[in-house]
Design a protein around this ligand. Structure first.
Ligand SMILES: Cc1cc2nc3c(=O)[nH]c(=O)nc-3n(C[C@H](O)[C@H](O)[C@H](O)COP(=O)(O)O)c2cc1C
Ligand SMILES: Nc1ncnc2c1ncn2[C@@H]1O[C@H](COP(=O)(O)OP(=O)(O)OP(=O)(O)O)[C@@H](O)[C@H]1O
Length: 314
């Protein structure tokens, strides 16, 4: 899969392509089904598969303070798309120019002249262009004139509900990691670099690898049984807290802190992935460090038991 920043950087696609456009937050099983269907069409037509992504996500552009916590950063989204049959991930910068572009101009410049799209798949609720005036019907009408086909996606549902990024967020907020995993097709995970904390963890007896979350809003909060990938080629087990550490007045930044079991290496600066398997409790403010320490100790035992049950303890 090639990553292309902006339509101007797309290599010439002489025969055109099959394409889809969207937010794709989390790259869940609904997205996967759509992309696999698109790739099948691409194979039949002998055309490459393009997934066009808006970045930032449109809701983040329009409502920066109210947009829901995103499930993944761009880097993770690209990693997940790279596991699917996608030839090009096209990043469309969602800025004022794009938000205010007339939908007809978007169709002409991006879809027809840029992508030379021959087959486009979007949800029938897809809206785009100035004042969200562009819709499925407009895409179809323009397609008839320009010679591309438009299809909407058959809904991919589980337990009678359409799988969506919103549902994955709801599952995580309610602490249901198992449901999030079913909807995503893999455990919910956060990637990042290990940064320095204030070294209190060692004093507490529970050193932690800290990841700065660099987002205002995260869809997970509280204490979890986790595993970590990216160190020594193994999956390490641990217990993690996502929060603001009210007991030690951790400030306003949300941190993901992971205590790995039976592990004593220096991993500062390492790029790791933390996978969330089960929620143990909400973060709390304790009246003493000793109470916090005792609680973390019982969290660690609970996490070990939880992971052992799922064969995730090395
Ligand atoms: C499993 C676990 C659970 C935690 N739970 C809480 C909590 O409920 N309340 C809180 O204020 N801090 C909690 N913490 C955060 C600790 O306050 C933090 O790890 C400690 O202050 C060390 O910070 P440092 O890494 O910056 O040195 C938790 C940490 C871990 C690893
Ligand atoms: N469950 C699904 N079945 C089929 N197509 C889907 C499904 N979920 C999303 N899509 C399609 O994938 C594309 C990208 O979806 P997008 O990420 O915008 O929506 P979403 O996952 O429903 O997120 P949200 O919950 O934020 O609305 C769209 O064309 C959308 O219609």
């Amino acid at each position: 899969m090639r990553i292309v920043r902006g339509i101007a950087n797309l290599p010439a696609l002489p025969l055109g392509c099959v394409a889809t456009i969207g937010t794709f937050d989390g790259v869940h099983r609904g997205h996967e089904a759509l992309i696999r269907g698109l790739a099948e069409q691409g194979r039949c037509m002998g055309l490459p598969v393009v997934v066009a992504l808006f970045e930032p996500q449109p809701r983040e552009y329009f409502q920066p303070d109210q947009a829901p916590g995103r499930l993944c950063r761009l880097r993770e989204k690209i990693q997940a798309l790279a596991q699917l049959p996608v030839d090009y991930a096209l990043l469309l910068r969602f800025d004022r120019g794009l938000a205010e572009q007339e939908p007809e101009a978007f169709i002409r410049e991006t879809l027809i002249d840029g992508l030379r799209v021959k087959y486009l798949v979007v949800g029938d609720d897809f809206r785009f262009g100035r004042a969200r005036r562009g819709d499925f019907d407009l895409l179809c009408r323009a397609g008839e004139a320009a010679g591309y086909a438009v299809a909407d996606t058959p809904t991919f549902a589980m337990d009678g509900r359409r799988v969506s990024s919103t549902w994955v967020r709801e599952a995580l907020m309610s602490g249901d990691c198992a449901l999030a995993e079913r909807l995503l097709g893999r455990p919910y995970a956060v990637c990042g670099r290990v940064v320095h904390g204030n070294q209190l963890g060692r004093v507490l007896g529970f050193p932690t690898a800290n990841l700065a979350l660099r987002r205002k809003n995260v869809p997970v909060k509280g204490v979890f049984a986790v595993t970590m990938r990216g160190i020594n080629g193994r999956e390490l087990a641990g217990v993690a807290n996502v929060g603001q550490r009210p007991t030690v007045d951790g400030g306003s930044a949300v941190l993901l802190e992971t205590h790995l079991f039976d592990f004593h290496q220096d991993i500062y600066q390492r790029l790791v992935e933390v996978r969330f398997h089960g929620k143990l409790r909400d973060e709390q403010r304790f009246s003493s460090m000793e109470m916090l320490r005792a609680q973390i100790q019982s969290d660690a035992l609970a996490a070990r038991a939880f992971l052992a049950q799922r064969n995730l303890l090395p």
